[in-house]
Every structure is written in structure tokens, then in C-alpha cells.
Design a protein around this ligand. Structure first.
Ligand code: GTP
Ligand code: MG
Length: 245
């Protein structure tokens, strides 16, 4: 007797758009090159406007066609970048662990993107992955893992330590990135409830970051010395009034 074995059918292939964001020279193009071409270019060649590339990846039983738009980080290219934010399913948000300014600029990169996307709801249907890049340069590191991870995970973003130079973290990061984008597409375009949260709200994480970076106890409390004296004086006067009504 003949039996017909049903052919295993792969699910329909997906086409996705991802973009890279972050200050100039943090290593966006090198991260992409390391993943797609398995090589590292030590010489800095600034991206002019946008670089575009396509790659195919397999996530579980789906083939994913990824369109990568690698953005220039220089402020000069603001007008060019703005044309490319829409319709992205994933964002690589990159900073250099040796340049604090590039870490502190992450909020303004989100701000620039949100302005183009129109609303927070549109931002919520995008997978963000934060790359703390150039971890091979250990001696010049100024942003530690805890600080970077807290910033990322309190926003529901993934966090990876990467080096385009050595290749550390690059494949793991892209695998997690494409897998999350696939989950989102299979979840009707909504970012699944985050599995990466550390349990702090964005506000709590910002406060923790302020405390960790504070110069002194005044700074830690977020008050100016003068203001504290005024409030202490008020308490003293009130106590006197209570003592001698
Ligand atoms: P723009 O295109 O101007 O926005 O810069 P970018 O973010 O694309 O930076 P790019 O990838 O061109 O890298 C900038 C410089 O940093 C280059 O000289 C790279 O060789 C170097 N670089 C990038 N990633 C790493 C890394 O992980 N480790 C080290 N040591 N150097 C890196
Ligand atoms: Mg570049």
C-alpha cells in the first residue's frame, strides 16, 4: 500500500527592514560588515548619507530577507536619515563604550526617530537592540556593562556587548535581533511583552543612572545645597511654631 507523506512546507518568507543608528564613528558600518562579510576594516570611512545592503537569514522555519539601511551618524546627514525611518521593523542602536557622549546621545537618537514615526505606538512596534561596541578596547572603556544594560532593558530593548574588531557578540546579537523581529511579525506586528525587562521603569532606571554618576551627595539627591538649607530652615521655623504656638 502506498502512503503519501505530506511535504514539510516552510512558512512564507518574510521581508524586513532594519536601520542602524548612533553617533558617528561608533562602529555601525563595521558591525554590519563583520556580520555580512566576516571582515573588519580598521580605517574609518564615514558613511555618506545611507548605505544599503540585503542579506538572507533563516529563523526557525522561515527565510527572512533583511534590507539593511546603515545610517550616517554625522549631524550633517539629518535630512537624509529622516527619509528612512518609516516602515522599519528593527533598529540597531550603537554606542562606543569608550565615548560617554555616544552613550548619552542614545536618547536623542530615539527622539529623532520618534519625531519621524509620529507616535510612541509606532515606536512600540519596532525591535530595538542596543550594541555596546568596541569592548575589545578595555583600557579606554568608560561606560560599564551595568549602566548600558540598565538603560536598554528598562526600555524593553535588548542589550549586547559587541566588538566589530574581534567579532565578539556580533552573531549572537544578530540572531537575537532577527529572532525577535520574526516573533514580532508572527505576533501581528506587536513587540511581544518583553522578556528582557529588569523590572525597573524608565524613570527608575534614569534615577539609578543619575545616582551612579553623581559627583556628590547633593547631586545624588538631585537638589542644590542652597535649596536644602531653605527647606531645612522651613522645617526649623515650623518646629519653633509648634513648640511656641
Ligand atoms: P559613521 O558612518 O560616520 O556614522 O560611523 P560608523 O558608526 O559607521 O563607524 P564605522 O563603522 O565606520 O567605524 C568607525 C571607526 O571605529 C573605524 O575606524 C573602525 O575601524 C573602528 N571600529 C568600529 N568598530 C570597532 C570595534 O569594535 N573595535 C575597535 N577597536 N574599533 C572599531
Ligand atoms: Mg558608517
Amino acid at each position: 500500500m502506498e502512503t503519501t507523506v505530506p511535504k514539510r512546507r516552510d512558512k512564507k518568507s518574510l521581508r524586513v527592514k532594519v536601520i542602524s543608528l548612533g553617533n558617528a564613528e561608533v562602529g555601525k558600518s563595521c558591525i554590519i560588515k563583520r556580520y555580512c562579510e566576516k571582515r573588519f576594516v580598521p580605517k574609518y570611512l564615514a558613511t555618506i548619507g545611507i548605505d544599503y545592503g540585503v542579506t538572507k537569514v533563516q529563523v526557525r522555519d522561515r527565510e527572512i530577507k533583511v534590507n539593511i539601511f546603515d545610517m550616517a551618524g554625522h549631524p550633517f546627514f539629518y535630512e537624509v536619515r529622516n527619509e528612512f525611518y518609516k516602515d522599519s521593523q528593527g533598529v540597531l542602536l550603537v554606542y562606543d563604550v569608550g565615548v560617554r557622549e555616544s552613550f548619552e546621545a542614545l536618547d536623542s537618537w530615539l527622539g529623532e526617530m520618534k519625531q519621524e514615526m509620529g507616535s510612541q505606538a509606532n515606536m512600540d512596534s519596532i525591535v530595538f537592540i542596543v550594541c555596546a561596541n568596541k569592548v575589545d578596547l578595555t583600557k579606554r572603556r568608560v561606560v560599564d556593562e551595568g549602566e548600558g544594560r540598565l538603560w536598554a532593558e528598562s526600555r524593553g530593548f535588548h542589550y549586547f556587548e559587541t566588538s566589530a574588531q574581534s567579532g565578539e557578540g556580533i552573531n549572537e546579537m544578530f540572531q537575537a535581533f532577527f529572532s525577535s523581529i520574526t516573533d514580532m511579525c508572527e505576533n501581528g506586528g506587536k513587540r511581544p511583552v518583553s522578556e528582557v525587562s529588569v523590572g525597573f521603569t524608565k524613570e527608575q532606571a534614569d534615577t539609578i543612572r543619575r545616582i551612579r554618576n553623581s559627583k556628590d551627595s547633593w547631586d545624588m539627591l538631585g537638589v542644590k545645597p542652597g535649596l536644602w538649607i531653605v527647606s531645612q530652615m522651613t522645617i526649623l521655623i515650623k518646629s519653633f511654631i509648634n513648640l511656641f504656638p
